[in-house]
Design a protein around this ligand. Structure first.
Ligand code: AMP
Length: 302
């Protein structure tokens, strides 16, 4: 069953202690689409400028990613620049050039409207609702947001969240959105706004999920080499929702497997700049690491 994703397709410039990548493919919808495409067909809605080259486009080719909704506008592609210190959990945004993204109004092509799953990437909550107005009764709506919208458009964000099933945010965003320092209290407050399932991402400290059945924790995979964390959150979301889209039922057991699948995909993303690792990733590698995740968290009863 297909997924509709709306978000950014970008050129990123990234500095890490291990090197620099200049104007490489990035954006929330790019990481999400490639990760989800390992499991299910993806319908992509985003905008790029006339500078968006064939090399970047090649990341989506040969995969079940429909590019009918990838608009090309006159001007430059959205550009984001970030810098990491040795603490890879702390990221500094050097600049955000919205370019063609500034006047982006997502138009959902007719053939995407019956997508059974929707991922609302981190865009203006008003636009996120406009996307929902254009789709026909999806099975599951998942959503991302960030501090900019939590403080800038709190009422609009609340109206969007009332229509969302799964919210995926990081721990700082969960605190800001709820006004609660404690993450368990924050989860209770956020779930009361609409999303029955809340996934809180904590970078190298893993993920916490809160649902009707209680809470579930997954660690981040302990990697020897972490090269560039950019896109890990969106890659997690792609693995999570892509996996769920292929499940006959979205119950607690499926949600838990999806959290581990999201963590699995994210663990590959951070091994290289941009989408480089995801582009050469294979399904057997994914399945192998998923199994290692199971081993990592298994222990006997006392
Ligand atoms: P993540 O590391 O998962 O939070 O995602 C990083 C990606 O988000 C980068 O590839 C950026 O191009 C993209 N990005 C950064 N800021 C924004 C923004 N304000 N709106 C949309 N996408 C953004």
């Amino acid at each position: 069953m297909s997924i509709l994703v709306v978000g950014s397709v970008a050129y990123d410039t990234v500095d890490t202690p291990f090197g620099r990548a200049e104007k490489v493919l990035g954006g929330s919808a790019s990481f999400f689409s490639v990760a989800a495409s390992f499991f299910t067909p993806v319908n992509l809605v985003a905008v790029v400028g006339d500078d968006f080259g064939a090399e970047a486009l090649a990341a989506f080719e040969g995969r079940p990613i429909d590019l009918h909704g990838l608009e090309r506008a006159a001007g430059k592609t959205f550009h984001w620049q970030g810098r990491y210190s040795y603490d890879l959990n702390a990221r500094e945004t050097v600049c955000t050039d919205l370019n063609v993204f500034e006047s982006f109004r997502p138009r959902i092509p007719e053939r995407y409207r019956r997508s059974r799953h929707v991922f609302l990437g981190n865009i203006d909550p008003v636009l996120q609702r406009e996307v929902l107005d254009q789709v026909d009764g999806p099975r599951l709506v998942a959503c991302d947001t960030m501090n900019f919208w939590i403080s800038g458009k709190p009422e609009e964000l609340r109206r969007t969240l009332a229509r969302v099933d799964v919210l995926l945010i990081n721990d700082a965003e969960a605190r800001q959105l709820s006004g609660e320092w404690n993450v368990v209290k924050a989860a209770r407050a956020i779930r009361a706004l609409g999303p029955r399932t809340l996934v809180v991402k904590k970078g190298e400290h893993g993920v916490l999920m809160f649902s009707d059945e209680g809470s579930f924790a997954a660690p981040a995979y302990p990697l020897e080499e972490v090269f560039d964390p950019t896109g890990a959150g969106d890659t997690f979301a792609g693995g999570f929702l892509g996996y769920l889209a292929g499940c006959a039922e979205v119950d607690e057991a499926a949600l838990r497997r999806a959290v581990v699948m999201g963590s699995t995909l994210a663990s590959f993303c951070v091994e290289a700049f941009s989408l480089d690792r995801l582009r050469r990733l294979t399904r057997p590698e994914i399945d192998g690491r998923y199994r290692l995740f199971r081993r990592l968290t298994q222990f006997e009863e006392i």
